[in-house]
Ligand binder design. Structure first.
Ligand code: NAD
Length: 478
């Protein structure tokens, strides 16, 4: 077991009052590390360090900053194996998925390193009225709060654009998956991020997270987490008038039309729902299948889910790990129980448990729910775990109406080759991203974010750079 430390002003430090929080392996229940239980005082010293380092950092060029991101990505790639293992141990996901995520973190850094070659500033020729220069200036010290489900990639989504744009950052990971984030911050520092430019404060949301949102020197906030927490965080930040991006929960619909490639759609549904044990904001959380193909589709889906091996993510044969934390595990069990108690659907717990499944692990089998009642809680709430409700629909109209009946609006996918259907679905579905014949994947070039209860603002691409800058115009008269 190892004691991990926060990273403030370029150094690993304990909490000022010495408190620690245990980090557990969700596959075994064993304590694997401790992290400092940061307080408002720890947050304050991190914000002060970020503030002090800002004037010098902002004077570096985008190219210089981009080079550091690139070099950090190179060394993280060289250590991908050990980082993926750490991620599996603290988060639970299979090693293969953890490796994908570490590589995804590198892809994000490399994307922004390349983006540094294209200045954000613009020259505007106004003809006889003169001309203007629009500069995108960094904001100062920014704050980022991230969840436990995809800690490395979400750290990359926030850290790379914030730092590339010339800001300094205080980042707070979740208390149940903070270890990989702390290691990655170390790699960024080793690659040349100066002390104080990136600070990581660990602790609980209610204490360190809340204190970070309340810090007066924070100039922008990027929050990823549940809609409930996001609403509270947003209220605090809006009082101060700072820009906020909120990447919140989702209940993504996947719609399968009669002309779809059924095998591809089944694969998409299995990957879309059971990747990371269903703990993905853009997971397929509601599946709508056209009645003309429903029997064949559901049979193939049932067979594919039955073949999913679940167990400890370190086992190379395992396709699905445990849930990350006890609260999430209990929530999923309560949803499944309520569907059973109220006879709101037919539950099929499935999958193949690994031979040596640890009884203390937070394992929930991959589960299908058919014959779902339209008023069931399973369609109304975000189900952040490996449970997939399957609903049969008679036509596209019903599919779109059902898709839009959720309070969420993050992603949505339609499986068809009919361009009329694609256009109709894309125009009318409530979502920040619409996939055609795929679901879940979000490369760094593509803007990502939601609508309705799924949040506001966009990560990735130039959209994130704009969040971390403000424009300042110089207008030359003719
Ligand atoms: P959460 O809201 O409980 O916690 C997210 C982060 O906020 C954690 O770091 C937590 O410590 C912190 N936090 C908690 N209370 C706080 C407070 N009062 N003030 C400030 N910070 C606080 O969410 P979670 O359970 O860690 O993550 C799962 C949720 O995140 C799901 O709803 C999922 O859909 C969502 N999510 C969204 C996206 C997206 O991009 N839209 C991506 C991943 C996860």
């Amino acid at each position: 077991m190892e004691d991990f430390l926060m990273r403030i002003n370029g150094s690993p430090v304990p909490a000022l009052d010495g408190r620690t929080i245990p980090v557990l392996n969700p596959a075994t229940g064993d304590q694997v590390a401790t992290i400092p239980g940061g307080s408002a005082d720890d947050v304050h010293r991190a914000v002060a360090a970020a503030g002090e380092s800002f004037p010098k950092w902002k004077k570096t060029t985008m190219r210089e900053r981009g080079k550091i991101l690139f070099s950090a990505a190179q060394s993280v790639r060289q250590h991908a194996g050990e980082l993926a293992r750490l991620l599996t141990i603290e988060q639970g996901k299979p090693l293969r998925e953890a490796t994908d995520e570490i590589r995804g973190f590198c892809n994000v850094l490399e994307y922004y390193a390349a983006a540094s070659a294209q200045p954000l500033d613009q020259f505007i020729d106004l003809g006889s009225s003169g001309s203007a220069v629009v500069r995108q200036e960094p904001l100062g010290t920014c704050a980022a709060i991230i969840p436990w489900n995809m800690p490395a990639i979400i750290m990359g989504w926030k850290t790379a654009p914030a730092l590339l744009a010339g800001n300094t950052l205080v980042l707070k990971p979740s208390a149940t998956a903070p270890l990989t984030v702390l290691r990655l911050a170390g790699f960024l520092e080793e690659a040349g991020i100066p002390p104080g430019v990136l600070n990581v404060v660990t602790g609980t949301g209610g204490e360190a997270g809340d204190a970070l949102v309340k810090e007066k020197e924070i100039q922008a906030l990027s929050f990823t987490g549940s809609s409930e927490t996001g609403r509270g965080v947003c209220a605090l930040a809006s009082d101060r008038g700072i820009p906020v991006t909120l990447e919140l929960g989702g209940s993504d619909p996947m719609v399968v039309m009669p002309d779809a490639d059924i095998d591809a759609a089944v694969k998409g549904a299995v990957n879309g729902r059971f990747y990371n044990a269903g703990q993905v904001c853009t997971a397929v959380k509601r599946l709508f299948v056209h009645e003309a193909i429903a029997d064949e589709f559901v049979q193939k889906l049932t067979d594919a889910v039955a073949a999913l091996r679940f167990g400890n993510g370190l086992d190379p044969d395992v396709r699905m790990g445990p849930l990350n934390n006890r609260a999430g595990y209990d929530h999923i069990r309560s949803i499944v129980e309520s569907v059973t108690d109220r006879t709101e659907g037919k539950i099929q717990k499935s999958g193949k448990p690994a031979k040596d499944l640890n009884r203390k692990g937070l394992f929930h089998p991959p589960t299908l729910v058919t014959d779902v009642s339209p008023s069931s809680r399973i369609l109304a709430e975000e189900v952040f775990g490996p449970v997939l409700p399957v609903v049969t629909v008679p036509d596209l109209e019903t599919a779109i109406a059902s898709a839009n009946s959720s309070p969420y609006g993050l992603g949505a996918s339609v499986w068809t080759h009919d361009t009329r259907v694609i256009n109709e679905f894309y125009s009318r579905v409530h979502a920040g991203i619409v996939w055609v014949n795929r679901h879940v994947s979000v490369p760094p070039e593509i803007p990502f974010g939601g609508t309705k209860a799924s949040g506001t603002g966009r990560e990735n691409g130039k959209y994130a750079l704009l969040h971390y800058t403000r424009s300042k115009t110089l207008y030359y008269g003719a």
